[in-house]
Each structure stands twice: as C-alpha cells, then as structure tokens.
Write a protein that binds this ligand. Structure first.
Ligand code: NDP
Length: 319
C-alpha cells in the first residue's frame, strides 16, 4: 500500500467528492455504514472518511486510526458526533456554501404552497385550461402575512433577508436572541406560532428540536396558518401535522424534508393543501460542487497538517 492516507467512503457520495479524493488519497469504498463487507485489516488502516448519510458509533469503533470524518452537508445529524468527540476524531461539515440555494428554495416552496403553482402547472399540462377554463383562485396570498422563523442561523438569516422585499412582518425563535437583527424575538415556539401565520423551520436535528413542531404549535399557528420545513423532518411531529392538515387546524404546508426519508406518507401525498419536495433545497450542480469541494478540502487541509477548515462545534478544531 502507498503512504497516502487511506480514506473510507461508506455508502454513496457525490461523484466529485469521489474523483477529487482519488487524486489525493487511497480510497476504500463500502456499500453502507455497517461496513460488514470490508476486511478488518483494511479498516484498521483507515485515517479519514467522507460521508453523506450515516456514520454510526459502531463504525467509529471499528476504525482505530481514524482522525477525521468529513460530512457532506451542513446538517451532520447522521454522524454520531459524540462518539467521534470521545475518540478525539474531528468532524467537519459544509456550512455557508449552500446558504443562498437553501434560502432560495425556502422562498420558492413558500410561494408554491400559498399560491399552489405546482397544481396550476399540472392543470395546464393536462390540457384542462383549454377545456375547463381558468385555474381556481388560490385561497391564500402572501400579502400582509406575518412570517416566523424557527432558527435564524446562517440559512435562516438568508431566508429572512429574502423575505424583507416581500413586505411581510418577520419574527423568530431561537434559544438565544441575536443582537444583530431587529426582527421580533420570541423565547418559545408556541409564542412565535401564535404571533405569526407562516412558520418556516430551519433548525438542526437535535434532541431538543426533535418533535418540537407538535400539535400545540400547529394549533397556535391556526387555521389560516402555513408551515414550511426546509430544516429536518425530525423537527415536526409528522402524524400531528397530517392530522392538522386534514382537519383544518392549519391551512397548508410546504415540506422539503420528512421523518423517514425517502419514504413520504401517502396521507401527505393525498392532501390538496401541501407542496412536497424530495429534499432538494441545496440540490443544484453549482452548490453541490461547492459542498463537494469543501468536503475534499477539509480532508486535504487535515492531512497536510493545517487542521480542519470547517470543524463542527462539538469536535476539536486543532491538530
Ligand atoms: P446554523 O447552526 O447556522 O443555525 C441553526 C439555527 O437554529 C440557529 O439560529 C440556532 O439558534 C437555532 N437553533 C438550534 N437549536 C435550537 C432549538 N433547540 N430551538 C430553537 N432554535 C434552535 O445552521 P444552518 O442555518 O447552517 O443550518 C440549519 C439546518 O438546516 C442544518 O442543520 C440542516 O439540518 C438543515 N438544512 C437542510 C437542508 C435541506 O436540504 N433541506 C440544506 C441545508 C441545511 P440558537 O443556537 O440560538 O438556538
């Protein structure tokens, strides 16, 4: 074996990550994170990893020389970061390079949900405009609405700045208020949901955020209310959301993320008041290329002794 560091890729990854890594490192690719199909003596030599998806503690345990895990995506809930931190393994993610794309998607999903453009286009494509006349008016409008952001971090700030020209009122809930914005702060999610009629969720999946958008929050949002989720599916109590959409507790929802991806409950698909996307908020070639480059550049920087470029807060930042 050459003296180039051995990097593990468990499961599928963006092809640009794979091809750029192959120029710099020896690669070992396994079908999935259980890594059962890989010889233990090879795993013993692995010093780095690039992952898009799951990286469980059991895999970290099987890699005694592992130094760094580069996660493809800003959300790193698939990586058991606590186990990595305990072993002194650095985890990196891909912040900032996707902010604009995800914020653009959030706005598109919001407009689609409120104005039902996806159904209107389907109507045209089915030839119904010519046969049946104009598409029915959308019951809702963005005009005069109050928008609440659940999360006002890197992406939330970009969503908020895109909302300003729409002349809507903006409020937010995070654990700590930001000193650098004038948007109205709410110290709890129910309070925010009561005060607004559109709730946009853009928080990470954590023990605290899991199930945070529950039946109480949905009831507070109200019958004219709209939920947009571009963060993580785990943040929403999905059965409670389906019930709320079915019985008119809220008016509509736009979702890019789901509890059990890629499975989307049939009950959601059957609803007329939802817009559903298959987790595509950052999914353009230029943005995914930038994310791929950051994954690879983190590993190169690490193995050249310059430390990680974008370590997550839970793992040490220096070599
Ligand atoms: P940041 O870390 O910059 O921001 C996270 C925000 O969430 C902060 O404002 C933080 O504020 C808030 N937050 C965290 N925990 C809580 C909590 N318990 N209650 C209320 N607010 C909370 O992350 P990004 O903006 O870069 O990304 C956010 C998430 O979006 C990612 O972790 C990822 O899961 C998701 N995402 C989804 C994509 C998609 O394809 N749909 C693409 C990219 C990201 P505070 O710390 O003060 O609470």
């Amino acid at each position: 074996m050459s003296d180039r560091p051995l990097v593990l890729i468990p499961g599928r990854i963006n092809p640009r990550v794979r091809s750029r890594l192959a120029e710099q490192f020896e690669l070992v690719e396994v079908a999935d994170a259980s890594a059962a199909d890989c010889a233990p003596d090879i795993l013993q030599q692995v010093r780095g990893a690039a992952v898009s998806g799951r990286f469980p503690a059991a895999l970290i345990e099987r890699l005694p020389k592992l130094e760094v895990i580069a996660n493809f995506g800003v959300g790193y809930d698939g990586v058991e970061v606590k186990a990595a931190a305990q072993r002194g393994v650095v985890v990196t993610n891909t912040p900032d390079v996707l902010n604009d794309e995800v914020a653009d998607t959030a706005i598109a999903l919001l407009l689609n949900t409120i104005r039902r453009f996806h159904f209107a286009e389907q109507y045209l494509r089915e030839g119904r405009w010519e046969k049946e006349g104009a598409f029915p008016l959308s019951p809702m409008s963005l005009k005069g609405r109050k928008v609440g952001l659940h999360g006002l971090g890197r992406i939330g700030m970009e969503i908020a700045s895109r909302l300003v020209p729409f002349k809507v009122e903006i409020a937010y809930h995070t654990r700590s208020p930001r000193a650098d914005v004038a948007y109205t702060y709410h110290d709890n999610l129910v309070g925010l949901a009561k005060a607004v009629d559109i709730l946009i969720s853009i928080v990470p999946s954590t023990a605290e955020t899991n199930g945070a958008i529950n039946s109480e929050v949905l009831a507070a949002l109200g019958s004219d209310g709209v939920l947009i989720n571009v963060g993580r599916g785990s943040t929403v109590d999905e059965p409670a959301l389906i019930a709320a959409l079915q019985n008119g507790t809220i008016g509509a929802a736009g979702l890019d993320v789901f509890a059990e991806e890629p499975h989307v409950p049939q009950a959601l698909i059957d609803l007329p008041n939802v817009s559903l996307l298959p987790h595509v908020a950052s999914a353009s070639v230029p943005t995914r290329d930038a994310m791929a480059d950051l994954v690879v550049d983190n590993l190169i920087s690490w193995f050249e002794g310059r430390g990680p470029l974008t370590p997550v807060p839970e793992t040490p930042a220096t070599r």
